[in-house]
Ligand binder design. Structure first.
Ligand SMILES: *Cc1c(COP(=O)(O)O)cnc(C)c1O
Length: 354
């Protein structure tokens, strides 16, 4: 079957994203999408941008970078925009890491990191998280080819101690540290405040989660001008026009509606607290989460059984068949109504399996 594939392609192990079901009635708590719609300003900005669809988009995303720069207190030259943060991460792996020294990331973290590293032929070491799933400090202070840390981490939701994170970045100014802040807006402290002092730090962010724009595909990096120049060099050697006109316009609309953004992340934070309490009362161990999801395991019933029993009741969550986390589910925070239905379903499943 694969004779026509290149040898390299035959050996690839691609990332498996969470299911995107055709059935509309399912409650989707499996891919960390925001349950609330994007701001009306997003839709309005996209509608206005359709007037110029015959024209190529601005390859440098200047208007969006200016809006982000103002929002984040940096200069536009310190920002790089891509088609979702997955693309930004992919370009960053090419721009900052070499095959002569292994890069390091956690054993339980965003599963795209090993996929990118393998694809680009970069050796890597997976550092085991502590027993309570926190990121250990020492292995990340040791010399290596580069570091990638998701903060808050996925799928655990745990925020790393800020001083620990800073000491990892400062441990070696000659190695790049990527901090993936896909979930930072849900309550964690951002590393952006370190950027002026630490030119080796690259902070990667996305509009997919906190701004409800997973379907638009916009992510960005904030860093020193030097690292941003490297990302532009890789991008412009490959495809100068990645972010389309509608996506650039929509993202600008999203930034302009700070009130709506604040209201949705606050609401999701409150729903997260209620859901975590309810799960603990049912006998779940729940990681302290600063993200829009919870990572939880039950004292009696295994992860796979829970996954399948929830699926039978029309609720999708995420589960990994991996040694350390086989008993855990990752549950996205939806609306209060979604979470009530989740809890009712879990109570029923636990009763049936008592
Ligand atoms: C969702 C997610 C991303 C990717 O987001 P996109 O911008 O939609 O590509 C990156 N990192 C982590 C840890 C994520 O969970």
């Amino acid at each position: 079957m694969k004779e026509l594939w290149s040898k390299r392609c035959r050996e690839l192990v691609p990332y498996t994203p969470g299911e995107q079901p055709r059935e509309q009635k399912l409650i989707k708590l499996n891919t960390n999408e925001n349950p609330y719609p994007p701001s009306r300003l997003v839709i309005q900005a996209i509608r206005e941008a359709t007037a110029d669809l015959r024209l190529y988009p601005d390859p440098s995303c200047l208007a969006l970078r200016e809006a982000l720069a103002q929002d984040q207190g940096v200069r536009p030259e310190q920002i790089f925009v891509g088609n979702g943060s997955d693309e930004v991460l992919s370009l960053a792996f090419q721009a900052f890491f070499d095959s002569d020294r292994p890069i390091r990331f956690a054993d339980v973290t965003y599963s795209f990191y090993p996929v990118f590293a393998s694809f680009y032929g970069l050796p890597y070491e997976e550092i085991p998280l502590d027993k309570n799933f926190s990121i250990p400090l020492k292995p990340f202070l040791e010399p290596c080819g580069g570091v990638v840390i998701a903060n808050p981490n996925a799928p655990t939701g745990r925020e790393m101690d800020f001083c620990d994170l800073r000491s990892i970045v400062e441990a070696d100014p000659n190695r790049v540290v990527i901090v993936d802040e896909a979930y930072v807006d849900f309550g964690a402290r951002s590393a952006i405040e370190l950027i002026e002092r630490c030119p080796n730090l690259l902070v990667v962010r996305t509009f997919s989660k906190s701004y409800s724009l997973a379907g638009l595909r916009v992510g960005y990096a904030i860093s020193s001008e030097n690292l941003i120049a490297a990302l532009n060099t890789v991008k412009d050697s490959f495809n100068s026009y990645p972010v389309d006109r509608l996506a650039q316009a929509g993202a600008i609309g999203a930034i302009r509606d700070k009130g709506y953004f604040q209201a949705t992340v606050t609401k999701l934070g409150a729903t997260r607290t209620c859901t975590a309490n309810a799960l603990r009362n049912m006998g779940f161990t729940v990681c302290d989460s600063m993200a829009n999801f919870l990572f939880a395991s039950h004292e009696r019933v295994g992860g796979k059984l829970l996954l399948e029993a929830l699926r039978d009741r029309g609720i999708l969550v995420r589960w990994w068949d991996k040694p350390r986390i086989r008993d855990y589910l990752r549950i996205t925070i939806g609306t209060d109504e979604d979470m009530k239905r989740l809890c009712r379903a879990l109570e029923e499943i636990l009763r049936e399996n008592s």
